[in-house]
Design a protein. Structure first.
Length: 128
């Protein structure tokens, strides 16, 4: 809470719509220790934002290293810093291309239609 009171972190609390915040972002960083499929990463990808997250179950499936973001080892501050430095060294064009590839991945791999079809297929196979 000290970071918030000292204005080191601009904590917004709960918001109903994250899009205005994602719109202003250059990259989304989620240093997760353990996660399912993180919604914020999928939302970022859907909005064409590059992602930096950790090699944990759920998170690592969303990022192709150097393609739509970077991965860091969980609980490794040094590895997270390294991933963020690699991102900062990219040109604006490279960052934009990385975000576009993430957007394509969100549509082609993680869209609700594709997920629903996969679940339906799995369910039908389990009944057979």
């Amino acid at each position: 809470m000290e970071w918030i009171s000292e204005d080191t972190v601009d904590y917004k609390g709960f918001v109903n719509d994250v899009r205005p915040f994602l719109e202003k972002s250059t990259c989304i960083v989620l240093p997760s220790y353990r996660e399912g499929m993180p919604r914020i990463v999928l939302e970022a990808m859907a909005m064409g934002k590059p992602v930096i997250t950790t090699r944990t179950a759920g998170c690592r499936e969303t990022v192709e290293e150097g393609i739509n973001g970077f991965l860091a080892e969980a609980r490794s501050v040094d590895d997270l810093i390294n991933a963020m430095q690699k991102f900062c060294e990219l040109s604006p064009e490279q960052r934009s291309a990385m975000g576009a590839r993430g957007r394509s991945m969100a549509v082609d791999v993680f869209s609700d239609t594709i997920i629903a079809e996969d679940l339906f297929r799995i369910f039908c196979l389990s009944l057979a």
